[in-house]
Design a protein around this ligand. Structure first.
Ligand SMILES: NC(=O)C1=CN([C@@H]2O[C@H](COP(=O)(O)OP(=O)(O)OC[C@H]3O[C@@H](n4cnc5c(N)ncnc54)[C@H](OP(=O)(O)O)[C@@H]3O)[C@@H](O)[C@H]2O)[C@@H](O)CC1
Ligand SMILES: [K+]
Length: 411
């Protein structure tokens, strides 16, 4: 039978809203209604279980009230038909189900599958199960988990040997922003449908998603062609392909010259690491401008580097003029030596500037990044540095990493 899922993930990612607003139209254009799409979603998850967890015969399926639960009911039905032992636990009164989720529930009911309430589960031993299927919340989730959901997720997360498969999105993760609610479920595998959701790709969400698997449900190609994505995902192999091929007769002066500025007293390691990374990524020439005390340490064992001790900022001029890209910040520090270099650099002209680490800390204190509008700038902040740059908390950044990145790019 043809595989209904793949571990080759699509390149473009979308918000939950983009998927919710467009899946119906895309499905209709292909001649499906959404209940058929739900059947396909359940079938893809069940096929994954059969292929990868086929000897895990006792399934616990956790269900909410939306269409994510609908997918869960379909998985339950297929598993029962194929001889699995299935326990269904709903966190809502099944009377509140409607639409396709209700249809999927009724299919289970007709097959004789009973649904228990979440409180019953808290009294039960989870060792009675081999695999958990998380169908509590999908793309419709926002905010924090209600307490009774959170309690069960915590219980499941504590069982290291109990694998969890999340349907579409791990419950408690916001599929758009990558914000993670307290006690969100930690999946071993998340099988996501139709289009990649951007919130599954970054930050703390990664700890909850586990291995990400994609099931296009026959809608993915049309969805991708119709809906413009704002988030592109790259794999290392693709980035490697983006590097130009070297001509056989190439020599170092044709392959770019990176200048790395940083490495204050006692912080030689940071600038050495960034210079070494530049060499490893294929730069033809790499120069380092560092504190005079560090020259020997930076050069040690890496004799391709050209290392310059900087006593006075104006010494940078000759180095910048030769560089095709400048990196500033690793191990730069915040003292007078560092401040003078930063100030001087903000008035200098260079084509491309990568700002990292202490460079970002200086940037957070200044209102503008270089007086030269022609400079291409790349910032590489972690969440704490991004928070300082935006004047918000780390938590605020983690609540929406995409929006934070967008705001930074617009400053
Ligand atoms: N359309 C289709 O047929 C297909 C859909 N598919 C599947 O459907 C999923 C999307 O379904 P969905 O839109 O029903 O959202 P879902 O995530 O199940 O639940 C949302 C419910 O949770 C509630 N809620 C939210 N946050 C909450 C909170 N903090 N605390 C408490 N409640 C909260 C929210 O309530 P509200 O806030 O809106 O009142 C709403 O009732 C998608 O991920 C995929 O698995 C696939 O099968 C393909 C075909
Ligand atoms: K889920």
């Amino acid at each position: 039978m043809e595989s209904l899922y793949t571990t080759n993930l699509p390149q473009f990612a979308y918000t939950a809203e983009q998927v919710q607003n467009n899946e119906k139209q895309v499905a209709e254009q292909l001649g499906f209604d959404l209940s058929e799409v739900m059947q396909k979603a359940g079938a893809a998850v069940f096929q994954y279980i059969e292929h990868h967890y086929g000897n895990h015969r006792r399934l616990l399926i956790l269900l909410g009230k939306g269409n994510n639960a609908g997918d869960g009911y379909i998985v339950a039905y297929l598993a029962q038909q194929n001889g699995y032992q299935v326990t269904l636990v709903s966190f809502v009164d099944v009377k509140s189900l409607h639409g396709d989720a209700l249809g999927a529930y009724l299919q289970c009911q007709q097959a004789g599958l009973a649904v228990c309430q979440s409180n019953d589960l808290l009294l039960q031993e989870l060792s009675a199960f081999d695999l958990v299927v998380d169908a509590m919340f999908g793309t419709g989730f926002k905010g924090e988990l209600p307490e009774h959901f959170g309690q069960v997720c915590t219980l499941v997360n504590q069982h290291d040997n109990l694998p969890v498969i999340s349907i579409d999105v791990p419950s408690g993760v916001n599929a758009t922003s990558a914000a993670v609610a307290n006690n969100a479920i930690k999946a071993n595998v998340t099988i996501t449908f139709i289009a990649l959701k951007q919130g599954l790709l970054t930050g703390r969400a990664l700890e909850h998603v586990g291995k990400l698997v994609f099931a296009g449900l026959a809608l993915d190609e049309l969805f991708r062609d119709k809906i413009k994505s704002n988030v592109t995902r790259f794999e290392l192999s693709q980035l490697k392909k983006a590097l130009p091929n070297r001509a056989l007769a190439a020599y170092k002066n044709q392959l770019g010259h990176v200048l790395c500025i940083g490495g204050n007293k006692g912080m030689a390691g940071a600038i050495r690491l960034s210079a070494e990374a530049a060499l490893r990524s294929g730069a033809g020439l790499v120069s380092v401008a560092t504190h005079p005390d560090n020259c020997a340490a930076v050069l040690q064992g890496r004799y391709e580097l050209m290392v310059h001790g900087i006593d006075a900022e104006h010494q940078l001029l000759a180095l910048i003029n030769k560089a095709s890209v400048v990196v500033i910040g690793p191990g730069l520090g915040q003292d007078v030596w560092a401040q003078n270099i930063w100030q001087w650099m903000m008035n200098a002209q260079c084509l491309r500037l990568v700002i990292d680490a202490d460079g970002l800390n200086f940037l957070a204190k200044s209102d503008k990044c270089t007086t030269d509008n022609l400079t291409e700038r790349v910032l590489t902040p972690h969440a704490g540095e991004a928070a300082r740059l935006l004047g918000i908390s780390n938590r605020d950044v983690e609540q929406d990493r995409f929006d934070s990145a967008l705001q930074l790019s617009q400053r």
